[in-house]
Design a protein around this ligand. Structure first.
Ligand SMILES: C[S@@+](CC[C@H](N)C(=O)[O-])C[C@H]1O[C@@H](n2cnc3c(N)ncnc32)[C@H](O)[C@@H]1O
Length: 173
């Protein structure tokens, strides 16, 4: 019995350590894992003007719920997430969905040239690094939606004020 309890405690401690290290990786990579409020999904969908079959990329996808919402409305969704904990949780959540792919990668290294729509909920420093990547990589017509944080130099095509008091920015390339 004692061995059984010790093994359970060991597994629990290992999971806790995995969770803590994963969160540290998120923070050190540029943005902590805070999920977008689900009530904003509708606003994001409307702004995106998604057409069936378009490729939607969520940069720093966390649990991937925005990717799932967009896939539920016809997108082929790709979540890119650096933290192993969130990558594996979302892979488990969506294992039966072939319209949602979760990649464990650093967004700065990912190829974004196929994206039709990009969604970010990241920090100002990250947005500033992404701006030149977007300029170089995105094809004409790509829409970028950013929650709360602007691209430093590009003028948004639309800005909406959310019921939660935050802003969502739409950029067209
Ligand atoms: C604020 S959360 C947003 C989560 C999700 N997109 C949402 O809106 O619910 C930011 C996420 O970006 C991830 N992240 C931060 N820097 C990253 C990087 N360089 N490459 C990939 N993911 C990153 C974090 O691990 C975290 O899960």
């Amino acid at each position: 019995m004692e061995i059984f309890v010790s093994i359970l405690l060991l597994i629990f401690a290992a999971l806790l350590l995995f969770f803590a290290v994963s969160n540290l990786i998120s923070i050190l990579s540029g943005a902590p894992a805070v999920s977008s409020n689900r009530t904003l999904s509708k606003e994001i969908l409307k702004l995106s003007e998604l057409k069936k079959g378009e490729k939607f990329y969520e940069l720093g996808s966390g649990f991937g719920f925005i990717s799932r919402y967009m896939a539920d409305h016809g997108a082929r969704a790709t979540g890119i997430e650096i933290s192993p904990f969130y990558t594996w949780c979302s892979r488990v959540f969506f294992w039966q969905r072939d319209d949602i792919q979760i990649k464990q990668d650093n967004i700065y290294r990912s190829n974004l040239s196929q994206a039709d729509i990009i969604y970010c909920y990241l920090f100002p420093k990250v947005m500033s690094k992404l701006e030149s990547k977007f300029e170089q990589e995105l094809k004409p017509g790509t829409r970028v939606i950013s929650q709360s944080f602007k691209l430093p130099n590009k003028k948004p095509s639309r800005t909406i004020n959310t019921p939660l008091g935050s802003k969502i920015y739409l950029y067209k390339y």
